[in-house]
Design a protein around this ligand. Structure first.
Ligand code: PNS
Length: 162
């Protein structure tokens, strides 16, 4: 049986930390689906199709990774996709409480679901999409923090020279 894992998130935008987690995860499974939620809590900077395109452009070729979007509950989407494995990145202790709550709630909603936590490389342990957006908006340099396609999209969005 082929093993499919789902890496869900808002990915607004996809960072090198997300990429690091995706690359570490795909080595463990036959296929990885990066799943973008359409019901983001905050107003996103990029639309779902834009985020999907940016992630696709950021992934190295030849990997068993696809990018999709979902609405509604993550556990329902996982069931539809025939996967019980959710991947989440865990950067620091500060992530733990939120991630624990989400993992346990998802397990409560569907006891078959397993959440697997992956630690990114320490160089990305401080990196968040929110910080990247703020840096880019204020004209700071995001080199090394996001894939080149995302950097270009941020420049276009904020119309400045990073
Ligand atoms: O990148 P994020 O914003 O930390 O990802 C959070 C995400 C998208 C994984 C979470 O908000 C989610 O699963 N949303 C879908 C709706 C859902 O299932 N909510 C219940 C989670 S306990």
């Amino acid at each position: 049986m082929s093993k499919l894992a789902i890496y869900p998130g808002t990915f607004d935008p996809f960072t090198n930390g997300h990429l690091d987690i995706a690359l570490r995860s795909v080595r463990l499974f036959d296929h990885l689906v990066i799943a973008i939620t359409t019901n983001a809590k905050k107003t996103p900077l990029f639309t779902v199709p834009q985020r999907k395109a940016l992630i696709e452009k950021s992934l190295p070729e030849g990997l068993d990774i696809t990018v999709e979007s979902f609405d509604g509950l993550l556990v329902d989407y996982a069931q539809e996709r025939g996967s019980i494995i959710l991947i989440r990145g865990l950067r620091a202790v500060s992530d733990f409480e939120y991630e624990l709550q989400m993992a346990l709630l998802n397990r409560r909603l569907n006891p078959a679901i397993e959440t697997i936590f992956k630690m990114p490389s320490e160089e990305y342990s401080f990196l968040t999409s929110t910080a990247v957006k703020e840096i880019a908006q204020l004209g700071g340099c995001v080199d090394g923090l996001v894939p080149v396609a995302v950097k270009a999209a941020l420049i276009e969005k904020f119309n400045n020279n990073l």
